[in-house]
Design a protein around this ligand. Structure first.
Ligand code: HGY
Ligand code: MN
Ligand code: MN
Length: 415
């Protein structure tokens, strides 16, 4: 039987009810009252969610292994020991996250494993579903920590001492994960995979505005995160005359205004600049702030604009006497043409219309692209909303995305 026929058979065994049930079941770990999810990387809820997925993986007849950054690898053996095909994403969430960001890609990978079993299909290559640690970067910075450590293990030396807002180190969080799953074997080899395909929600409005159910993602824009540390002198809010103050917040607001202006001047309509995290000390109504730290998240598709912003940001910080700390940087990524063509083929095989677009959000696939031929597939986000409890995607789109993923992974596993 031709590869395409087999791939079609597997796609046809994707079970809508099973996929939707798994999304709702995973969302229970860290469920918020408003329908969203708050599941910080390697926290208790994440550990319990991982336990739930490890049990489901074993029920599917798969083995589960782990690496130094607690990335999980759910493996369905193939008929050979050739390099595996990989898929997957992340299950850590934003504090006011939704049920789908990352989770959908992991659970669609599980659905493909189940569909292969239901179709009684053996593949030439192994198939691995990866659960990458700390993609959001909201507990431990930088983002996409797990996938970046998988691609370059030496990064773990620097990552281990990174602390969350409560002062807990990544090392301590990894120790707690190991204590929770002492039986998990090490994945060991980091030999290149045959290919990596990540399925994800778009998290923006393009697909919905175009009325198209799928996107083959040609690349990801670049990202820079900086912390701006502004110093002042704590003093009494009532007694200290304005000219005598060293108010850290006054300095921070001046920096914010200039950085925002430069971001829009350099990047024009493609600029995405966000100042989402502020820390004020002592954060008291009637004490002049002695220290303010805020984080800038700057994104742009053009590497030259990212470099120009970097230069201007350093100059602005220096001129104002603030300390700029570079937290995270990833250049724009272009995915592998051959893998994108296979994803396109799968869309066509299932008579599904697909756009080509560049991702505004970063994803683990940006690092996997350094490891092996990689590509991404998107489904629409209702209202373009994400990183918000209202994040949602029509069930029909979720199922179609899983079917295309099943078709694509099956053909890649038979290369
Ligand atoms: O920030 C991002 O782009 C991703 O959603 N973590
Ligand atoms: Mn994500
Ligand atoms: Mn996200």
């Amino acid at each position: 039987m031709m590869h395409d026929d087999i791939a079609r058979q597997v796609a046809d065994r994707v079970n809508a009810a099973r996929l939707i049930e798994s999304i709702d079941a995973l969302a229970a770990f860290g469920a918020r009252d408003d329908g969203g999810v708050n599941r910080p990387a390697l926290g208790e809820r994440d550990i319990e969610a991982r336990r739930f997925l490890i049990e489901r993986a074993r029920a599917l007849g798969c083995s589960v292994s782990v690496d130094a950054c607690a990335n999980l690898f759910i493996r369905r053996d193939g008929d050979t020991a050739l390099a595996p095909v990989m898929t997957g994403s992340h299950i850590d969430t934003q504090p006011t996250g939704g049920k789908l960001d990352g989770c959908y890609g992991v659970l669609a990978g599980f659905e493909v494993l189940a569909a292969l079993n239901d179709a009684n299909v053996r593949t030439r290559r192994p198939l691995e579903v990866a659960i990458w640690t700390n993609e959001e970067g909201t507990r431990f910075s930088p983002g996409a920590m797990g996938s970046s450590a998988f691609v370059e293990p030496s990064r773990m030396t620097r990552y281990a001492d990174v602390r969350d807002v409560d002062g807990v180190t990544l090392r301590a969080a990894l120790d707690a994960h190991h204590a929770a799953f002492p039986e998990l074997g090490a994945r060991g080899s980091h030999d290149a995979a045959h290919a990596f395909v990540e399925l994800h929600i778009e998290q923006g409005p393009q697909l919905e505005n175009a009325g198209v159910p799928l996107a083959v993602v040609s690349g990801i824009q670049g990202v820079r995160w900086y912390a701006l540390h502004c110093a002042g002198t704590a003093a009494h809010a009532g007694t200290t005359p304005m000219p005598l103050r060293r108010d850290a917040m006054t300095l921070a607001i001046a920096l914010h205004r200039e950085l925002d202006g430069v971001a829009h001047e350099l990047g024009r309509d493609d600029t995405r600049v966000t100042f989402g995290r502020w820390n004020v000390e002592p954060n008291s109504i009637n004490t002049i702030p002695s220290a303010v730290t805020f984080i800038v998240d700057f994104r742009h598709p053009d590497a030259r604009v990212l470099a120009a912003f970097d230069e201007r940001a350093h100059a602005i910080a220096q001129r104002h006497g603030a300390r700029l700390e570079a937290l995270f940087s990833h250049a724009p990524v272009a995915f592998d043409a051959a893998v994108l063509s296979r994803i396109d083929d799968a869309c066509r095989a299932l008579d599904a219309n697909a756009l080509h677009l560049t991702s505004g959000a970063f994803h683990d696939a940006m690092y996997l692209a350094q490891h092996c031929a990689s590509g991404m597939l998107f489904v629409p986000s209702r209202g373009g909303i994400s990183h918000n409890p209202a994040e949602a995607t029509d069930a029909g789109h979720l199922v179609l995305g899983a079917r295309v993923l099943a078709h694509c992974l099956t053909t890649l596993c038979n290369d």
